[in-house]
Design a binder for this molecule. Structure first.
Ligand code: SDX
Length: 395
């Protein structure tokens, strides 16, 4: 028989043990929420948004329609999508105070940092309202989907000392963004390829930035803070920032002949090869297949990219050597080649990823606040106990 105190201490020990046993570094395999937004089968290379295969959406949908699907859970009727598009196209302008604020950002700063600050600043302009008010949710969705691309394009021009280009209401979402970047109307193929790439980047279950968005949302703060925290999380090189680094790596490799020694050296040093590997996919990311075919369409129309041959050889070598460990190209491997052909500057690759992912973050924000409980996990304490304060002259 144990005394009450011994019993309690045993049960505390058991709980601590069971928590310690369940601990998984990086929360690998631990469900952080229930969600009906998207689904991945990482062994079969399946990705679905609201049950619809990504290949079908890439082939037949638009980014705006897909955004509606993700956030409101069903494909919109013609009237619904028209109304959504109309509202978005009339909220694309950014307030002059936001532009004035951007003028003071250092021009050498990374555009992801500028985007995070600008997204957070949007919250200053819109009073926080009840999170169960569908009108408030709708207007926050419209503003964020409409204004994030305008902020990315504006910072890009303003850091070079130019004025921001005003959006054009007659252009669709993708074409308008490319127009705001360059002040020239894009080729229809380029606009469609960009729109498809936005669809592909829009949502991806419980990735790091979406988790960050849900944790922030669970405190019932405003949606601008939710998006700002997710942008900050997306920026890192292990997540959205990898797309920028892939092109640096291809340029550093320099030639097809250099691929093999590069791969062998990385494997010997246990260095991570950017654009490869994924926590969930153990086969090639289905979005990488689609992006690769989009890149090829662009090369056919606008001319080849000499780094594509290096990319193909790299994929071949890594698949041979690391494929048995489930390391294949992820979405970030081919997106940089697509973006470069579209004339998007390299340090805007991750902000462009963010433009698309705002759709998924907002879908998760809406889902989270609809069934909210604040995120408050536990930890496995590995520190000391029964330590005592030592006066500074005795340390
Ligand atoms: C995105 O989660 C999402 O859904 C993200 C995303 C989305 O849409 O939101 O898909 C977008 O972030 C894509 C990932 C972009 N990042 C990169 O391309 C960076 C390079 N890749 C990795 O560092 C890595 O693969 C991660 C970060 C993507 C996944 O990391 P994990 O799951 O923590 O895997 P790990 O680092 O623990 O690696 C497991 C094993 C290791 O080998 P062992 O020590 O077990 O022998 O696989 C090896 C790793 O060394 N490995 C790699 C590798 N990725 C994993 N080896 C070489 N090169 C790589 N890229």
């Amino acid at each position: 028989m144990y005394s009450d105190t011994e019993e309690i201490s045993r049960s505390v020990k058991d709980t601590a043990m069971s928590i310690a046993c369940e601990y998984k570094s990086g929360l690998e395999g631990i469900p952080a929420s229930q969600s009906s937004i998207s689904y991945i089968d990482g062994h079969k290379g399946v990705l679905e948004y609201r049950g619809i295969p990504i290949e079908e959406l890439a082939d037949r949908s638009t980014f705006i329609e897909t955004t509606y699907l993700l956030i409101w859970g069903h494909l919109p009727s013609a009237a619904e999508v028209d109304a959504f598009e109309y509202e978005i196209s009339h909220h694309r302008r950014i307030k002059y105070k936001i532009r004035r604020m951007m003028e003071y950002f250092p021009e050498t700063g990374h555009p992801m940092d500028a985007l995070q600050s600008s997204a957070a600043a949007l919250g200053l302009f819109y009073a926080r309202r009840a999170l169960d008010d569908p009108q408030y949710i709708r207007s926050a969705v419209v503003r964020l989907i409409a204004k994030i691309p305008s902020m990315v394009a504006a910072f890009n021009l303003m850091r070079k000392g130019n004025d921001a280009v005003m959006p054009r209401d007659d252009l669709d979402y993708a074409a308008n963004f490319l127009y705001m970047l360059t002040e020239s109307e894009p080729d229809p193929l380029a606009a469609r390829v960009f729109d498809v790439s936005l669809i592909l980047h829009a949502e991806h279950t419980m990735n790091a930035s979406t988790f960050s968005a849900r944790v922030t949302a669970s405190t019932l703060t405003d949606p601008y803070a939710v998006i700002a925290s997710a942008v900050g999380t997306l920026a890192g090189p292990l997540h959205g920032g990898a797309n920028e680094e892939v092109l640096d790596m291809l340029e550093k490799i320099g030639s097809v002949e250099n691929v093999r020694p590069f791969v062998e050296d990385c494997i010997a040093r246990k260095a991570k090869i950017m654009g490869f590997g994924h926590r969930v996919y153990k086969v090639k990311d289905p979005r990488a297949n689609i992006l690769q075919s989009l890149a090829e369409k662009l090369f056919d129309k606008f001319g080849h990219d000499k780094y594509y041959a290096i990319a193909l050889e790299l994929e071949k070598q890594i698949s041979e050597k690391l494929g048995p460990k489930g390391i294949y190209p992820n979405m970030d491997f081919y997106s940089g080649l697509v973006y470069r052909k579209l004339g998007i500057p390299r340090d805007l690759f991750t902000p462009v990823f963010a433009i698309a992912r705002v759709a998924g973050w907002l879908a998760h924000w809406k889902e989270q606040i609809g069934e909210n409980r604040i995120y408050r996990p536990t930890q496995v304490y590995t520190g000391e106990h029964n330590m005592h304060y030592i006066p500074i002259d005795k340390r």
